[in-house]
Design a protein around this ligand. Structure first.
Ligand code: SAH
Length: 213
């Protein structure tokens, strides 16, 4: 399948621009990515709404605004990241966005069925710079570390230490933290120290420990 701008994708990008997404590369990729491909058949009519939607297994595809915001944070770094780790592959929508902007994307998912489906979608969209793994994202992906950026798409109750240890010397970790109320954090590795900044309130499913088969 060839990825190209669609009218609905462009309308979604325009909406996100109004909501405050400024990065034109992110907006272009949102416009070019068929979100309906990542949602269940019964919800395809809602695919271009700016909302999270159920994808089965009690999980959700993230809200497009949040996907765009987190991606924008990765592109704002002084040194452009090349190697990205995503925790929580889910539908693969965020993965597909990252794959069009960065050289190498690694993605970990704890639910095997979701990981399998997302892998198929990457192949169908000809996104071959993505490597996926079934496992526990709390542990990151040690053998592929260090990463220039790590993005967590489920909310952790506390900061997963393994992830901070897998950041490169100028790496950035974008992670939602909290339980019922959650904040998006941007944590930078800077001269051997972690410097953290709060971005905004968010709503994610929880980052659960341990992989399921
Ligand atoms: N980026 C995805 C978000 C899916 S929701 C999308 O837009 O579709 C969050 C995902 O994180 C779910 O698929 C859930 O199974 C996964 N997840 C939760 N805890 C995890 C863990 N410890 N390791 C890996 N994945 C995890």
């Amino acid at each position: 399948m060839i990825i190209k701008n669609t009218r609905k994708g462009s309308q979604l990008a325009a909406l996100l621009q109004k909501e405050g997404i400024r990065n034109t590369r992110v907006l272009e990729v949102i416009a070019a990515t068929p979100r309906e491909f990542f949602v269940p058949d019964a919800l395809k009519h809602k695919a271009y709404e700016n909302t999270a939607l159920p994808i089965g297994q009690g999980q959700t595809i993230s809200q497009p605004y949040t996907v765009a915001k987190m991606t924008e944070l990765l592109l704002e770094q002084d040194v452009q990241p090349t190697s990205i780790l995503e925790i929580g592959t889910g539908s693969g929508y965020q993965t597909a966005i990252l794959a069009q902007l960065f050289q190498s994307v690694f993605s970990v998912e704890r639910i095997k069925a979701l990981q399998f489906q997302a892998k198929r979608r990457m192949n169908q969209l000809d996104l071959h710079n993505v490597k996926m793994k079934h496992g526990d994202g709390w542990q990151g992906w040690q053998s592929k570390a260090p990463f220039d950026a790590i993005i967590v798409t489920a909310a952790a109750e506390n900061l997963p230490e393994a992830l901070t240890l897998q950041l490169s010397s100028h790496g950035r970790l974008v992670v939602p933290l909290g339980k019922s109320t959650q904040q998006l954090f941007c944590i930078d590795q800077h001269q051997g120290q972690l410097v953290q900044k709060t971005i905004e309130s968010v709503k994610f499913v929880p980052l659960i420990a341990g992989a399921l088969s």
